[in-house]
Ligand binder design. Sequence first.
Ligand code: A5P
Length: 234
Amino acid sequence: MSVEVEALKRAAARRAVELVTDGMVLGLGTGSTAAQAVIALAERVAAGLRVIGVPSSRATEELARQVGMPLTTLVDQPALDLTIDGADEVDPALNLIKGAGGALLREKVLASASRQFAIVVDDSKLVSRLGQRSALPVEVVPFALPVVVRRLDELGLRPTPRRRGEMLALTDNGNAIVDCQTGPLADPLGLATRLRTMPGVVDHGLFLGMATIVVVAHTSGAVTLHRPADPPAW
Ligand code: A5P
């Protein structure tokens, strides 16, 4: 990753962390941009902010422990104030593709449990239509993998089970991920419904109507905030 993209991710993450106020229960996303938010949060905690967070992956949990971000679980805190997370694509309706890091299921659970869901991205993630630049990940129970791959193929989604070396890459939930090359999607909601009703599919990386705020760091140096009520024009 270039130094410039890294700086943009940091800028977006730091701006989102300014939304955090004392006493909040947070969801902590996964990925390189969400990691910058965890680091920025830990700095504010060191300076006296009292917050606690539920991590969306083992990787985020480990990072949070390293930097001193206080953690909790959904058992103790099933209702969250704000989740901060990255995304692979954001469209002008603030719909998302997520899951390149394989944490989509826990990320979606945290987002659904949160009053606010803030997405932090650099401007390379902005697309006019979802599916334009990223694969769409689908989390699948391993037993069902051959059946689901066949069905995804029949739908023209060009599915590829994700691998780590020779082995299937498994999520923190012990499931497989199938990356689909959808191309630009005319009807993301229709596809989301088809995927959700396919036996063996646990979840997918389409996050539709979930983001309440999107923070974008631009190569121009500007950082812009976008809300669904005031849709952006990219
Ligand atoms: C993790 O499963 C993903 O949803 C990430 O949030 C997404 O892939 C963005 O990651 P980066 O910030 O590393 O690009």
